[in-house]
Design a protein around this ligand. Structure first.
Ligand code: CP
Ligand code: NVA
Length: 303
């Protein structure tokens, strides 16, 4: 069974194939007459809409299910919910608080499980980010990506994915938000060796891509006060963008907190690609689902 919990569940060759498939407006309807369960323990605008539309474009029927309807581990165990949804659907995609919930799903699921964001990873976002960078620069080998702020779920998946395509990744988090040794070991397993910088301007110097994310991820709301003070000085503004390469682009997975991790001027400025990046969530979701569900004969036919 093919599951997709982190971006390196694909090989680098498969990742390149998925990104190439994402450029095709149409793919054979592998979900015709079949369902896709989309489970959400947390809110979503882009992920829900992008994934629902991707399922429709593949001929399938998406059913979005909020956790207050199914009560994971409250009304019924994660395993029994997984077994139940597998009776009706060809794929189970879920946005969860704990990555462990996705791992538990994979132990009993008879259909592919897809991570729509966990505390650990956001690989569907990384696919869209990488497609956006590719559309700008073509081959990513040797290009550089600077990540400013929290080394969170989005940062981890993007670091792995960008490294798989030959990019150099530099991160500039506040000291207590750096990758842990355990996380660095996990990244190294995927071939990712990000360089950590103390000052955002050193990470951004000459970079091709500058990216950031919220200072307070979903589930960290009780740390908001402390985080807002710890991340002071880690905003992406015009001054910081001015130290990147002249052709640099700005990315943000969104939702953005204007005036915190990014200024209006950068988010709405000429270097920003955030709306293309958001749209790419749908194109990459379509490609990834197709890749997981197509038979080898179908894959051969679209080569
Ligand atoms: N980027 C992203 O995952 O957005 P949503 O939380 O709106 O789905
Ligand atoms: N890091 C953020 C991403 C939101 C799409 C979070 O986990 O809330």
């Amino acid at each position: 069974m093919n599951h997709f919990l982190e971006i390196d569940d694909l090989t680098p060759t498969e990742l390149r194939s998925v990104l190439a498939l994402a450029q095709r407006a149409e793919l054979p309807p592998v979900l015709a007459g079949r369902g896709a369960a989309l489970v959400f323990e947390k809110p979503s605008a882009r992920t829900r809409n992008a994934t629902e539309m991707a399922v429709v474009q593949l001929g399938g029927h998406p059913i979005t299910i909020r956790n207050d309807e199914i009560g994971l581990d409250v009304r019924e165990s994660v395993e029994d919910v997984t077994r139940t949804l597998g009776c009706f659907h060809a794929v189970l995609a879920a946005r969860v608080f704990s990555h462990r919930t996705l791992e538990r799903m994979t132990t009993v699921s008879n259909v592919p499980v897809v991570n729509l964001l966990s505390d650990v990873a956001h690989p569907m976002q990384a696919l869209a980010d990488l497609l956006t960078i590719q559309q700008e620069f073509g081959d990513l080998q040797g290009r550089s990506l600077a990540w400013i702020g929290d080394t969170n779920n989005v940062c981890r998946s993007l670091t792995i994915g960008a490294s798989m395509l030959g990019m150099h990744v530099r991160v500039a988090p506040p000291p207590q938000y750096e990758f842990t040794d355990e996380e660095l070991d996990r990244l190294a397993l995927a071939g990712a060796t990000p360089q950590t910088y103390a000052r955002p301007e050193d990470a951004v110097a000459g970079a091709d891509v500058v990216s950031t994310d919220t200072w307070v991820s979903m589930g960290q709301e009780n740390e908001a006060g402390e985080r807002h003070s710890d991340f002071e000085g880690y905003s992406v503004d015009d001054r910081l963008m001015g130290t990147a390469a002249p052709h640099a682009i700005f990315l943000h997975c969104l939702p953005a907190h204007r005036g915190e991790e990014v200024t209006d001027a950068v988010l709405d400025g000429a270097q920003s690609r955030v709306w293309r990046q958001a749209e790419n969530r749908m194109h990459t979701a379509r490609a990834l689902l197709w890749f997981l569900l197509a038979t080898s004969e179908q894959k051969e036919a679209v080569r």
